[in-house]
Ligand binder design. Sequence first.
Ligand code: GTP
Ligand code: SPV
Ligand code: MN
Length: 588
Amino acid sequence: MTKNESVLNWIENMKKLVNPDNVMWIDGSEEQLNQLRAEACSTGEMIKLNEEKLPGCYLHRTAVNDVARVEGRTYICSRKEEDAGPTNNWMEPQAAYKMLFDIAKDSYKGRTMYVIPYSMGPIGSPFAKIGVELTDSIYVVMNMSIMTRVGEKVWDVLGDSNDWVRGLHCKCNIDEEKRYICHFPEDNTIISVNSGYGGNVLLGKKCFALRIASYQGKTEGWMAEHMLILGLENPKGEVKYITAAFPSACGKTNLAMLIPPEGYRAKGYKVWTVGDDIAWMRIGPDGRLWAINPENGFFGVAPGTNEKSNPNALHTTGKGTIFTNVVHNLDDNTVWWEGLDKNPPEHAENWKGEPWNGKTSTEKGAHPNSRFTAPAKNCPCISSEFENGAGVPISAIVFGGRRAQTTPLVYQSRDWNNGVFVGSIMASETTAAATGAVGVVRRDPMAMLPFCGYHMGDYFKHWIEMGEKLGDKAPKIFNVNWFRLDDEGNFIWPGFGDNLRVLEWIINRCEGKVDAQETAIGYVPYAEDINLEGLDFSVDTLKSILAVDKDQWTKEAEGIEEFYKKFGDKLPQELRDQLNTLKANLAK
Ligand code: GTP
Ligand code: SPV
Ligand code: MN
C-alpha cells in the first residue's frame, strides 16, 4: 500500500462515488492473483483451460455488444475544444465529469473495488510512467497483470509524487448507449464506463500509453506512437532496430515476431521482438532516437495466428495466457480460432458460448477481433533489450497500411519532413479492431487517428520539431504495403516471414549500401535489389507491386488535399509544401 496523499485522496473520493462493498489493493503477488482467478472461475467470468495442454491459461467471453474499441464513444476532454482537434470527439471537461459521475454513481454496489498500481515501462526506469487503475472487473486485473508491471514496487517508486495517471473503470451494465471512454489530458485522468473489452478498459494501453502519453510527449518533448519495435540481427551479430506504425489489425504483432525465410535463417539472420503495439521514443544522450516498449505483454489478434504465419506468437500463448472471444473446444478443454489449423473442433462452443460445430457450421466460431493476452517473457524471440529502461536506438521508422492498390510494396521518403508527410497521408482499410464497417479506406495518419490525445495538426508539428532536434541523426523513414490484391482478390505479396526481404532493403538503404530509383513519391527499390531467393515469385510481379501509378497517385493527391482541409491553419506549412511538391512531381 501507499501513504501517497494524492493517491489516497483520489481513491477516497472515487470510493464515495462508486460505493463498493470491499476494496482490494492489488500487490502483484501470485497468491493474490490465484485467489482472484479461482473466484473468477467460480462465477463463470473465466474458464480454466486444460492445465496439461495450456498451463495457467483461461478463456473469457465479453458481452456480445462489447467486442472492440468504440471510437465513436471515445472522447478527448481538453478544456478547449480546439485542443482536441478535428479528428477527435470532444466534450467539455466539467460536463463530461458530471455525465460520467452520474453513470458511475453507486455502480460498485455489491462489488469489489480493485486498486491496480502499474508502471508503463520497466519500474523506476527513466522512460517509465505510473498509473493507478480502479476497476470492478477481475478480468481487467488479470489482463493488467500481464500487460503492465503491477505491484507494491510501483508505490515505492511513486513515493509522494503527484505525477501519475488516474484511471477509473466501471463495468456498470455494459450498456452500449451509456458506454464512454473519456480522457482528460490536462488532469492526467481516464474514465471508462459500460465496457469490459480490451482497449476500452485496460487503461494502461491505448488510453494512457497513447492518448494521454502522446499529450505528455508533446509537452515534454518525446513521442508516444502506435508502433512495434524489432531488432534485426545480421549474420555478423549486429542488431539494427526498426519501429513500424500500422493501423490496428494490420500486422504489427506479426512483423515484430517475424521468423526469417529458410535461406536467411541458414545465414544467421534473426528478428528480436522489443514490442508489438506501442513505442515511447526520446532523444538519447548520443542525439539519436531511442525507443522502449511500455507494455509487459501482448494483446494480440487470435484469428490467422498459426504455426506457419506466426509460430512465435503461437508459442507465446502456450501458457499463462487469457483468451478472449475464441472458440472453446469441449473435447479437450482447449481453444480454437479461424486460421489456427484446418481441423476445427466439432464439439465446441463459439465465442458467444453457443453450441458450435466447426465441421458443419457456416458461421465463424471465433470473433474476428478475438484476442490473446500473453506475457512478453513467454515469447521465444523476446529481445535481450526488452527490460532495458534506456531503450534501443532506432535506425528506421516504417509506416504502412492495408491498401489493395496504389501504395507500392515499399518506398523511402526523401528526408525527415517528407517522411512526416508520408506518415500523415497513411490510409488503410478498416478492420474488426474497432466497431463499424470493415474494409473501408480511411486516412489514418501514423496509425494514430484513434489514439492521438490532442490536435492532429499540432501532432504533425511535433513530428517536424523532433526531426529538427534529431538533425542528421534522425532515423530514415519508409512506407510499406503487404496487402496489394490481384484481380481475383488474392494477396500478391506472400508477406509474413518474407517481409524480411523488404526489411533487409530498408536497412541497406539506412547504411547507404544500395541504390534506388527516385519517383514522384520518393525512393523505390530496383526490383533486383529485393532478394527473391527461395521464393516462387517473379521479378515481373515484384515490379508490378513496386510501380508508382501516376493516375492512381493523382487521385490520391486529391484525397490528401481534401483530408488536409480538416486541419485548417493548424496544418504545418512544411506539409502543405510537401503536398505541393507531390502534385508538381506527378504533373511532370
Ligand atoms: P493490433 O493488435 O490491433 O494493433 O493489430 P496488429 O497491427 O498487431 O496486427 P496483427 O499482426 O495481429 O495482424 C492482423 C491481421 O493481419 C492478421 O489476420 C494477420 O494474419 C494479418 N497479417 C499480418 N501480417 C501480414 C502479411 O504480411 N500479409 C498478409 N496478407 N496478412 C498479414
Ligand atoms: C488495437 O486495436 O490497436 C489494439 C487492440 O491493439 S486494443 O487494445 O483493443 O486497442
Ligand atoms: Mn494496436
